[in-house]
Ligand binder design. Structure first.
Ligand code: NAD
Length: 474
């Protein structure tokens, strides 16, 4: 599989010779190559995005939405190809990859429709011969940076919102899983997106972000990834006065109150925790379980985690695949070993699996002390921490302790507990008694170190629009 760059409506290998290797995480073997964009390629992409923006903005919202809907239709036809590319390059089980691929047309269609409703406002004027309008306009060409953990979904969210708002976009998609983005972009190309409206690049991330963000063409920056990189890109964008949407890391608390069935909650938590081998920014991480149900919850959770079938994501029946890169295995293992050294008990997992591919066992660590690194740093892997609490106050204090504030979870049968958690949790997203995050029509984003702004929902779309006020005397 060889990926290409897509610039100004044409596929290209770029002007340089640098290439990245694409590995299958299940084997560690190379399965493809990706060309790296050089400055000259990025400059061409910027020029194209500027030109594409003028063309796209001039089209009516309904014409734009027709092209996007057509792209969504093609995505449905290519569903299996996209799913297989996700598993081959990112590692998740094919069943999960199929879900990810099936959400791509949903994100596209929802944004296509909502883009037609980017209404402005009429404000009553102080004189009868004056009309005051607020007009919603596309903000301009966007530079977007998307990570490797959902190599289709993280890309499509940014493209769909930007295009629906009338913006052009340059996406730097993940070098680790490039074919997924290539397949996606092909759908828009074949649907008739004009040249320059959508551009796809890969390369050395720091070089690309520096070049694109500092260009006067770019009017908006959207980044999904880690907190340190988000901080760096935020500073770069601020220097050039560009607005940003930042979707960064998390360390999601999962509160289990004393009145639930701990076995049922543990079963539900297992699927959510080990999805995508825990490489999910909203992955539940700190399970804060009431003393009265702690032992039964932990026992059931450990039993379920032990039973997870880990293997090559392409194999039928695999429930958890490898981690996406070798560096993730090292990073997760360091956090688990540090927690164990500081007094936590590793009930299951805590070890690599096999001697090829990037496998790490589903891991449950209990009673991790606060100073352990895992209680403070995002594990971004298949590790759950289960700690005992004796009251909802204690659970909320711990839930809100970290600077991360992305997703949060609670299972409770008490209305007053649900109210209290809703009022007092410090998180951009809260889901109670089920797992209800990440659909196209709802906002997705965090507070504090987890970033700012939303993707998804009208909130996500509005980040790609600007307000123009017009006061007109007849
Ligand atoms: P990393 O910090 O090296 O990179 C994170 C992402 O940012 C990658 O996609 C990378 O290509 C990109 N990146 C790095 N430097 C960049 C730059 N200067 N300009 C533009 N993009 C840049 O970490 P990693 O090892 O790839 O991933 C692990 C960490 O990343 C995790 O701990 C997690 O916090 C975070 N992460 C978060 C999400 C998310 O959905 N929020 C997704 C993937 C990774």
């Amino acid at each position: 599989m060889t990926a290409s760059l897509y610039i100004d409506g044409a596929w290209t290998e770029g002007s340089g010779k640098r290439r990245g290797k694409v590995l299958n995480p299940a084997t560690g073997q190379q399965v493809g190559e990706v060309p790296f964009a050089e400055d000259a390629d990025l400059d061409r992409a910027l020029l194209a995005a500027g030109k594409g923006f003028r063309v796209w903005k001039a089209m009516s919202a309904i014409e734009r939405s027709k092209i996007m809907r057509k792209a969504a239709e093609i995505m449905r036809e290519r569903h299996e190809t996209m799913a297989r590319a996700i598993t081959a390059e990112q590692g998740k089980p094919i069943a999960e990859a199929r879900i990810e691929a099936s959400l791509a047309p949903e994100h596209t269609e929802w944004n296509a429709e909502e883009g037609r409703r980017a209404y402005g406002r009429l404000i009553p004027a102080r004189a009868s011969d004056v009309t005051q309008l607020v007009v919603k306009e596309p903000i301009g060409p966007v530079a977007a940076f998307s990570p490797w953990n959902f190599p289709v979904n993280q890309v499509v969210r940014k493209i769909a919102s930007a295009l629906a708002a009338g913006c052009s976009i340059i996406v730097k998609a993940p070098e680790e899983a490039p074919t997924c983005a290539v397949e996606l972009v092909r759908c828009f190309e074949e649907a008739g997106a004009p040249a320059g409206v959508l551009n796809l690049v890969f390369g050395v991330p720091a070089e690309i972000s520096e070049r694109l963000i500092s260009s006067s063409v770019i009017q908006k920056v959207s980044f999904t990834g880690s907190v340190p990189v988000g901080r760096h890109l935020g500073a770069l964008a601020a220097k050039h006065l560009k607005p940003t949407t930042m979707e960064l890391g998390g360390h999601a608390p999962f509160i289990v109150t004393e009145d639930v069935d701990p076995i049922a909650v543990a079963a539900a938590a297992t699927a959510s925790k080990f999805r995508n081998a825990g490489q999910v920014c909203i992955s539940p991480t700190r399970f804060l379980v009431h003393d009265k149900v702690f032992d039964r919850f932990l026992e059931a959770f450990v039993e379920k985690a032990e039973a997870i079938k880990v293997g090559d994501g392409m194999a039928e029946g695999t429930q958890m695949g490898p981690l996406a890169q070798a560096r993730r295995v090292d990073s997760v293992d360091e956090l688990v070993q540090d927690a164990a050294a500081k007094g936590a008990t590793v009930h299951v997992g805590g070890r690599r699996i096999g001697n090829h591919g990037f496998f790490y066992a589903p891991t449950i660590v209990a009673n991790a002390p606060l100073p352990s690194r895992i209680m403070n740093e995002e594990p971004f892997g298949p590790v759950a921490i289960v700690n005992r609490v004796t009251s909802l106050d204690e659970a909320l204090t711990e839930a809100n302790r970290l600077p991360f504030a992305l997703a949060s979870y609670a299972f409770t049968n008490s209305l007053s507990h649900a109210d209290r958690i809703t009022d007092d949790i410090e998180a951009g997203m809260l889901t109670i008694n089920h797992f209800g995050l990440g659909v196209p029509e709802t906002p997705f984003g965090g507070f504090r170190d987890s970033g700012h702004g939303s993707e998804g929902g009208v909130e996500g779309l509005s980040a790609y629009l600007r307000n123009k006020f017009v006061s007109r005397k007849r």
